[in-house]
Design a protein around this ligand. Sequence first.
Ligand code: HSE
Length: 300
Amino acid sequence: QEIRVFAPATVANVACGYDVLGFAIDSPGDEIVVRNSNKPGLQITKITGDDGKLPKDPTKNTAGVAALDLLKHLGMLDRGIEMEIHKKMPFGSGLGSSSASAVAGAFAVNKLIGEPLSKRQLLPFAMAGEASADGAWHADNVGPCLLGGIVFIRSNEELDIAQIPAPKNLWAAVVHPDIEILTKVAREILPKEIPLENATQQIGNLGGLILGLIQEDYGLISRSIHDVIAEPRRQKLIPDFYKAKRAALSAGALGFSISGAGPSVFALCEGEESARKVGAAIEKVFKEIPVNCQLHISKI
Ligand code: HSE
């Protein structure tokens, strides 16, 4: 028996929801194949698309760690399993690459052994995989990657998470400029303390964004997509960030910010046509620098 799993890229933070809000996009995404083997234990037999960066040692990549954590929990570490990892997105892209592999690893192995756990119950194992990559514990990539759609995390520690319905015509334009930003570095440049005024603004915007999504109020969504905490610090790592933001907003985006820790950026848009127009405007800014980039348009 062979199980083939696709796990999508995700946009974490969604501007004002640092570490607590994220959504999945249709593509890109990682693929994992697992099959039973006569040799005891988990073996990673093939990795593609990683430019040779990922070790085959399952304790040293997020898919392996997530799968091993799950098997350990179930007392099945001796079970013979072969795993192939096919990376379809770059590391350090801000698209939740390590999370996608972690989710796919846990999901595929769970399926192969007869689905003892529900999708939701896989969350802590996928989280363990993801945390092994960036050393931090946040479910804003893993949550939406596993469950799909938009996911809000009330508590990362308790893994108290909920899906939020998306307005019918909400689309995202996600652009990945070809530079690498390590999440660890992008987290280190954030302040440990923030002024009360900024906290109040951020809370207001996060509440407004969630309410806007639930009530399908595009005006409220647009007024709420602002990040006064991470974006002002992290934008320095992304060339011509504010130029791209101005271009996206003039092309009709509801809002624009950094996807996860960057360098990818995203715009939320009303309708596919708007998302394509906004995506092209963002791409143009990066290409003029010149920086190569890839555009992904997705319904949310
Ligand atoms: N919420 C995380 C961050 C996402 O912004 O650091 C990184 O993948």
